[in-house]
Ligand binder design. Sequence first.
Ligand code: HT9
Ligand code: FE2
Length: 373
Amino acid sequence: MNHLTPYDAVLLLSFGGPEKPEDVVPFLRNVTAGRGIPDSRLAEVGEHYYAFGGRSPINDQNKALLAALRSELGERGVDIPVAWGNRNWDPYLVDALRELHENGARRVLTLVTSAYASYSGCRQYRENLAAALGTLAEEGRYLEVDKVRPYFNDPGFVAANVDAVVGAYERLGVPPSPAAPLVFVTHSIPTTMEVASGVGNPASYSGQHLDVASVVAGRAAELLGAPIPWELAYCSRSGTPFTPWTEPDVSRSIAALHADGAANVVLAPIGFVSDHMEVIYDLDTEAKETADELGMPMERAATAGTHPSFVSGLVDLLLERAATERGEAPERPTLGTLGPWHDVCPPGCCYLRAGVDSGVPAACEQTDVVTVA
Ligand SMILES: CC1=C(CCC(=O)O)c2cc3nc(cc4[nH]c(cc5[nH]c(cc1n2)c(C)c5CCC(=O)O)c(CCC(=O)O)c4C)C(CCC(=O)O)=C3C
Ligand SMILES: [Fe+2]
């Protein structure tokens, strides 16, 4: 028996990213298949990748997280294979699951690199899991897969972000005040997805961010000894200009704060678990340009990455979920006001559009119980 019984493998499930210039276009096609993203937007995003040699930072970060998770599990005496698979690029999810099956795994506990619940961070990964399990079943390989609940309000994730905000103010060398406010940043999503993320959940995608932001700002303020004026902004909008997405964009936020008298700004990308392309391009490059043009010193807080509190919190979540599966009632610690998310998504959770069932099968969801009289 290991502490993750009944599971016999862990899967780190992520987005994936290109490794070299030739990968960029096929990667973008994978990401946007059937999603109606205009070619002009794809060309623009392609340029972000080419500007960094055609290589996304995300794969190296997942390798580092994988190593950190293995080491933390090892330190706690848990001996279990931890595999890594992606939605959009090599190593692909289906290959990672196949390899686990070949090595004898039958029950897999999945951890996605997305902390918040919405279609993009929850259901879309569950659709990918269902598709991969379907492919493997056709090969005669049967696996049962569960997923760790969204962890944006996990104490370990919060602690890593508090540290990061404190570190950014220390580098800025100016204490928090209306002259040096904090802007939390996350990935923009279509407002239809935002509405759907709140159906059947304690809060929508933006509500989840506001809740965690309030805790992070409060704790960082205590450590820095001054209240922190803060707001939430968004980056990486895509789609057509006619489709509404969550706002304001981070650059607009910076400009508005400047107009209100802010002379400095700190950005904290709490929507991302590591320094993705969105962070190094949309914040460190694009938002930085805006701040430079306005003559505002800007510091960007670190992402959780492999912060020991974050990694330890993730391992706690794996252990918690295994204990629940064994019929125990483990503690489910969270910070903020929203409480722990469901382990198994209710039907209709995190649709692309509220109330519209796309008919695409999704794993890790309660199935309707049909009682036969
Ligand atoms: C909420 C959210 C997260 C955070 C949760 C999580 O972390 O999972 C996230 C993460 C990521 N998004 C990423 C990259 C891209 N996302 C795109 C497109 C889109 N993202 C969306 C949402 C999100 N995305 C949406 C609603 C679209 C529109 C099309 C669609 O509905 O699918 C496109 C297409 C071009 C464009 O339109 O920008 C790209 C290239 C990468 C990899 C970055 C790297 O290489 O480091 C990562 C981690
Ligand atoms: Fe994205």
